[in-house]
Design a protein around this ligand. Structure first.
Ligand SMILES: [Zn+2]
Length: 72
């Protein structure tokens, strides 16, 4: 059974920098924080942070997957 809407999110987000990591990761590879939340929404995949306006807007400086919004 696949239920995308109700399925557990495949990632958790670092509460410090919003980097998305799989659930089994204990430490954020970007900022080193060990605090994560599943309470996030929206994914931005940053390929070239230097050239991405959205990355600048969200203050993202490294490549990778990030949550757009954390908490509600
Ligand atoms: Zn982080």
């Amino acid at each position: 059974m696949v239920a995308m809407r109700t399925a557990r999110k495949p990632f958790k987000a670092c509460t410090n920098c919003r980097y998305l990591v799989p659930h089994d990761v204990g430490k954020c590879p970007v900022c080193g924080s060990e605090t994560f939340t599943e309470n996030w929404s929206g994914i931005i995949i940053v390929v070239d942070p230097e050239k991405s306006d959205i990355a600048k807007m969200l203050d993202i400086k490294v490549k990778g997957r990030f949550a757009i919004k954390i908490g509600v």
